[in-house]
Design a protein around this ligand. Structure first.
Ligand SMILES: [Zn+2]
Length: 149
């Protein structure tokens, strides 16, 4: 197969090629470093053309749709789709962590450890769970001991 022109890679990235052509390009991409280079440039250019994200719900929905689509399709997944998928998941994870306040609570936890005297110390949920687990284990041990007698 001959090398693929940059314009063609642009179409490939935008998924605007017929299935047959797309699969040929897909195979070529695995075996040709020159075209891989062109393809990555095309990805860069298409990414800068993407609309700016304004609605978090739309963003989440589009990810879920993509996940569903990927799961459903038994056909060969294009190289760019795999890459875009992993990129999207990583972005989504970061976004979810940020919005769910996981990062914030970690910061708070670190503060609490560093300055335990400022606030009155309350038993945390984690502490309660740990205590319950220990109580449960003690219980098990006692039962075992009783059974052995
Ligand atoms: Zn090539």
């Amino acid at each position: 197969m001959n090398h693929v022109a940059y314009e063609q890679w642009m179409l490939y990235v935008k998924n605007e090629l017929p299935e047959q052509v797309r699969m040929e390009y897909d195979d070529h991409l695995y075996s040709c470093d020159d075209c891989l280079e062109l393809y990555l440039q095309a990805v860069d250019e298409v990414e800068t053309q993407l609309p700016i994200l304004t609605n978090a719900d739309d963003f989440t929905n589009s990810i879920m749709a993509q996940v569903a689509k990927t799961k459903k399709s038994n056909t060969k997944v294009a190289f760019y789709q795999k890459t875009a998928f992993h990129y999207t998941i990583a972005a989504a994870m970061t976004f979810l962590f940020m919005s769910s306040g996981v990062f914030q609570s970690i910061t708070k936890y670190v503060d609490a450890v560093q300055e335990p005297t400022i606030e009155e110390r309350k038993p945390s949920v984690t502490e309660g769970l740990v205590n319950k687990t220990f109580a449960f284990m003690d219980n098990m041990k006692n039962r075992e001991a009783n059974n052995n007698e």
